[in-house]
Design a protein around this ligand. Sequence first.
Ligand code: ZN
Length: 162
Amino acid sequence: MSDTIKPNKVATVNYTGSYLDGVVFDSSEGKEPLSFLVGKGQMISGFEQELMGAKIGEKREFTLTPDKAYGERDENAIQKMEKGQFPDDMNLEVGMIVGAQSDQGPIQFSIVDIDGEMVTVDFNHQMAGMTLRFNVEVVNVRDATSEEILHGHAHGKGGINH
Ligand code: ZN
């Protein structure tokens, strides 16, 4: 078992992600461990960097600044839209997360304000600007299959099944 985490390996991990105040935002506890293909951008960049070289059974704890996680908040990503640009049957509410299709693929944004016919939306990732702490335990490391490398993600347990 000398496999270590490096590009083109599939890593399976248990993890807990928390904010600096200790509030947990995501965890594999009580769920399947997460599998991901290393080096294909399946995970945020810092998460992979901090796990490079880790062996099965190894535990690592690290803190990621926004540039290594979901990026800094961009004030230009806050934009105004008219209510008419949304589907008629959509019940717009402040705090709502809306998924949409763009030329670049699926995007999501949140509604931060509604003022008459004007809706203010925020295209920043919900976790942009945040420093995140992770606690990770490596459960397994294996070679990726050629199909996984072609698809750019891990298959099977804890990965994408299709
Ligand atoms: Zn696939």
